[in-house]
Design a protein around this ligand. Structure first.
Ligand SMILES: [Zn+2]
Length: 496
């Protein structure tokens, strides 16, 4: 899991005398139990059409009832991203025909969105950059058409119809694919901290469309832009945007014109292809939704939400550096996910050894999180090695009860059994041997068995000390304190 929110760690891409102009539209599925306007479950992966009812299937005469929780989560996001929240937002119908949209319209927001004028900060090689947010609005998701399950016809699954989404639209403030990804990572991290979205790109609960255009360096006019869809990983987003930038530069450089269109990214082929000509807002015949009241948000509610905000990733990152003395890199990895940062802090509270604990979390803990495919959701709390146990393990190393090498074995055992490290060390007899006489006996026995090597050592082959240390460690099952072994060996070998 690379959670780097910095842009352009590698050499910046060379676009010659062209400047890319990139804006992103992110759709984030809100973490609610039920759909936006009915009581159906909003969860992913159920049998097709099992999460449906007359409301989300758009039967005549049904009326929507707003999911208050979805509004709460959207407002929380708006406040956390510094948006201005107008006193009134209005629902609007976005009309279009598609088989997976049974009502023939999507309930969304148009000219009176929930929130406007926010920002998300990213790091770039030139320093801090603030990417402006145009707006945040709420809308319901459409269903899913399935074209490859049946030879003769297409199928439709309406489980997703009516699932609550938040659309977060940025200004075209990004000027490279790397910046776009940095923005996306920073935004996803914020949503994870706010616990408003699970951020899962595989399952599409966090997805983005990229609006890309190019212009000559220094030019200010906006040029024709395209929209690219169907990117389901950060890597795909970066490749798709870079592909589109280069395609447009080549096209315009050859005297051609960019067509306003929606393109679909094909990760396997590493290219995008046109899907349809891009529609304009007026094609949708937006009009106010007559079945839902306008949303009124009081200033008191905004202030209450602001007061309840958790510490956000950037602030926490800075605090991890100042409070725990961690390197920037560690702080960035540990704070990319709220639960990971919580886990780290819980461990440090038990045993104050921040850098060692950080190394374990970034190494073995994240390895297991990846292997267990736990990185999509906020589930690290359920992970079998508790923060408490990890802290105890580091303490056992710090007080020389076990060596760092043995600790790896203990860690794997902790993961398997869920037992405390101290219990495992006792049960398996892994306690480090620091007893001088026991180590001396092992040293003497090794030297006795290797008279030739001892002679070579005395003949000037100093490097053999490593060989002897290895033999003693082997004889003691890896449990001897390596420092003590070294000292005793040198003392014994000094005597001719
Ligand atoms: Zn329903």
């Amino acid at each position: 899991m690379n959670q780097d929110t910095r842009a352009g760690q590698d050499a910046p891409p060379d676009y010659g005398d062209w400047e890319p102009v990139i804006g992103l539209e992110v759709h984030a599925q809100l973490l609610t139990e039920s759909k936006l306007f009915c009581g159906c479950s909003a969860s992913f992966g159920a049998a097709p059409n099992s999460h449906t009812c007359p409301v989300c299937m758009g039967f005549p005469g049904v009326l929507p009832v707003l999911n208050e929780r979805a509004l709460e989560l959207s407002l929380r996001t708006s406040v956390a991203t510094g948006c201005r929240i107008p006193p009134v937002a209005r629902w609007a119908r976005k009309n279009y025909f598609y088989p997976d949209l049974p009502k023939g319209f999507q309930v969304s927001m148009f000219d009176e969105p929930l929130a406007v004028e926010g920002f998300v900060e990213i790091d770039t090689p030139e320093g801090l950059k603030s990417v402006r947010l145009t707006r945040i609005h709420m809308e319901e998701d459409a269903g899913k058409s399935i074209h490859d399950a049946h030879e003769a016809h297409s199928l439709v699954d309406l489980n997703r119809t009516g699932v609550p989404l938040m659309e977060i639209v940025s200004e075209p403030d990004m000027s490279s694919a790397a910046e776009a990804v940095a923005y996306l990572r920073a935004l996803r991290s914020i949503l994870l901290y706010l616990e408003v979205c699970d951020g899962n790109m595989d399952e599409g609960s966090f997805r983005c469309d990229a609006n890309v255009s190019v212009r000559r360096l220094g030019a200010t006019e906006l040029t024709t832009r395209t929209e690219t869809k169907n990117m389901n990983s950060f890597r795909s987003v970066e490749r798709a945007i870079d592909f589109e930038i280069r395609r447009q530069i080549e096209l315009v450089g050859d005297g051609g014109r960019v067509t306003q269109e929606t393109r679909s990214w094909d990760a396997d082929r590493g290219r995008s292809t046109p899907m349809r000509s891009k529609e304009h807002a007026h094609d949708y015949r937006y009009f106010p939704e007559p079945d839902l009241l306008p949303l009124e948000t009081s200033q008191e509610r905004v202030e209450a939400l602001r007061a309840e905000l958790p510490e956000l990733p950037r602030a926490r990152r800075a605090r991890f550096v100042s409070q725990y003395g961690l390197p920037e890199y560690d702080a960035e990895v540990l704070t990319a996910r709220r639960d990971l940062g919580d886990y780290f802090e819980a461990a440090v509270a038990v045993h104050d050894s921040a850098k060692s604990i950080s190394n374990w979390v970034m190494g073995d803990v994240l390895r297991l999180v990846r292997e267990g495919r736990l990185d999509g959701a906020l589930v690290i709390q359920k992970w079998p090695v508790s923060a408490d146990h990890l802290a105890q393990l580091v303490q056992l190393i710090d007080d020389s009860t076990i060596s760092g090498k043995i600790a790896k074995t203990v860690f794997d055992e902790m993961h398997q059994s869920g037992d405390a490290p101290g219990d495992i060390v006792e049960r398996k007899g892994l306690r480090q041997v620091t007893d001088q006489s026991a180590i001396t006996a092992a040293v003497d026995s090794v030297l006795e068995q290797q008279p030739d090597k001892v002679a070579e050592y005395h003949g000037g082959k100093d490097k053999l000390i490593g060989f002897f240390v290895g033999q003693v460690m082997k004889a003691t099952g890896g449990k001897a304190n390596p420092k003590a072994v070294n000292e005793i060996l040198r003392a014994r070998l000094a005597k001719p």
